[in-house]
Design a protein around this ligand. Structure first.
Ligand code: GTP
Ligand code: MG
Length: 196
């Protein structure tokens, strides 16, 4: 699949405003600031999604279309403390609703900073995905911050921690900045969009 032909479709405050729930959708989820929008931009070789040093930048469900019935979704980040409670509840609600109700959701890319992966909310999300037999790619982002040896050992550690869940989970080191893990991500998405 050519990811660089992705086009922005819509920013939705809740799932009622998303495109029709048909075809295949793959969502990017993770803590605020984990690098979701940057990963989408790296994959699509475009500045489609807004990135920011300020956590909580993506507050809406952003939809990008590759071709008819093939969409990528940039979800609002979770777990950022310095946000007014009322807003937090609102986003978490739209995130939860998206995950639970979206029939076209066929795979979840879960992004975690390689320096502090598998926080409680990450694990909750991964366990939830395994529970509903949704395949997961876990990207350990900002891998450029570590040398290759440390990168590999982090990947192994995360794989080991997730092995007991017995889910369809792949774990890769990833860097939007350096292009690390981009082909791993593209191959996994190809498989989800096109079948094995
Ligand atoms: P929210 O939308 O707030 O949930 O954040 P996000 O997960 O979309 O993160 P975003 O892509 O906006 O990136 C957050 C910060 O991390 C920015 O300052 C990016 O420049 C930085 N960042 C993202 N990817 C990388 C990476 O691969 N390497 C390094 N070193 N920094 C990165
Ligand atoms: Mg974002």
């Amino acid at each position: 699949i050519k990811y660089n032909t992705a086009k922005f479709i819509t920013s939705a405050p809740d799932i009622s405003r998303l495109p029709a729930d048909t075809g295949i959708e793959i969502a990017f989820a993770g803590r605020s600031n984990a690098g979701k929008s940057s990963a989408l931009n790296a994959l699509t070789e475009q500045k489609l999604a807004r990135t920011s040093k300020t956590p909580g930048r993506t507050q809406l469900i952003n939809t990008f279309e590759l071709s008819e019935g093939q969409r990528l979704i940039d979800l609002p980040g979770y777990g950022f403390a310095k946000v007014p409670l009322e807003m937090k509840i609102k986003w978490q609600k739209s995130l939860g609703e998206y995950l639970q109700k979206r029939d076209s959701l066929k795979g979840l890319v879960i992004l975690m900073d390689i320096r502090h992966p598998l926080k409680d909310l990450d694990l909750d999300l991964i366990e939830w995905a395994v529970g509903c037999e949704l395949p997961v790619v876990a990207l350990l982002t900002k891998a450029d911050k570590y040398a290759q040896g440390k990168r590999k050992s982090e990947v192994l550690q995360v794989k080991k921690a997730l092995a007991e869940l017995n889910g369809d989970i792949r774990v890769y080191a990833f860097s939007s900045l350096k292009g690390i893990g981009l082909t791993d991500l593209a191959w996994a998405l190809d498989e989800w969009f096109l079948g094995p």
